[in-house]
Write a protein that binds this ligand. Sequence first.
Ligand code: ADP
Ligand code: MN
Length: 326
Amino acid sequence: QLDPSKLKAFSNAAAGHDGVLSDPSGELLIKPCVDAEINFYQETLAKHPDFAELMPTYMGTLSLGAPKVPSDAHKPELSQQEKDQARLHGVKIASETAIVLENLEHGFKCPNVLDLKLGSMLYDPATTEPEKAARLDKVSQESTSGSLNFRVAGMKVWSPTKQDFDIYDKFYGRKFSAENVSEAYETFFAALFSSDIKGDDAVQLLETILAEVTKARHILEKAQSRMYSASVLIVCEGDTTALNSLLGAVGPSVPSGDERAPTAKELKRAEAEEEEDEEAEPVAFKVKMIDFAHAKWTEDGGRDENTIKGLKNVEQLLDGLIGKFD
Ligand code: ADP
Ligand code: MN
């Protein structure tokens, strides 16, 4: 059982609002959210299990008690410092309820994180106030959101020389154009170009990531949905030594040469080890769709071209990066 008083701030987000929490073990991510996001997770699990596989594992909801932020009606004027803070990180969501998700960074030694925000239309036109709509239209027009239906919302990348993460905030991603946004990909995947990593391994990793994005697109192409400002989140091991051993293990399994069938004793032992082994195996990367505050499955809305076009362009840029290894 999760004890809300034992939660700690999750300081590893690549983008988004403040107020995200983690449990003491770091396996779980607790994100204050609106009801629409909870509904989307639950409906997806019930009706779109194929898409659910592309989301972080959903563990349920958690009540965080009364919101610390007063409701809008009684909100005091923000100080300049608070305004700056809000501008940089996005204000906390004034919500009592949180979703409990698999923490996608858990199990990585140095989790590099890339948040790609999808869509050129960034808000639900039916429910958004004109002032916010105008602000988001401007951000879209002035960034690759408008031209490519996706933009870099934020990223963090492990720097071996600094022995710390380089942080790229939301303003970093807004400066790119369709012509040069590949530079952001190159910065995020810089480790793959290091001499420690074999070109073939890098290509295989990028192709696997690309295939996951394609999977998401194919599902949306067959469904009726609307997602405004959802993201593709790519987590990739940033420690080259750890990455190298993981990549070496990726390829098709080769028969060991030891063709003798395992003895009953060996089998029993392997089973016991599997059960003991509660920690998931470390992986080289994870690709998931996140951020469904403005997402819904619809009955008659048709395909979500706004999101589908973004996914296509995310794929195309990944393909371009793969081409650089030839
Ligand atoms: P919002 O943008 O509305 O604040 P997001 O769902 O996009 O909320 O989450 C914000 C940030 O938190 C993301 O950019 C990502 O870095 C991090 N994050 C969100 N969900 C997870 C998760 N399940 N595991 C790890 N990190 C996550
Ligand atoms: Mn987000």
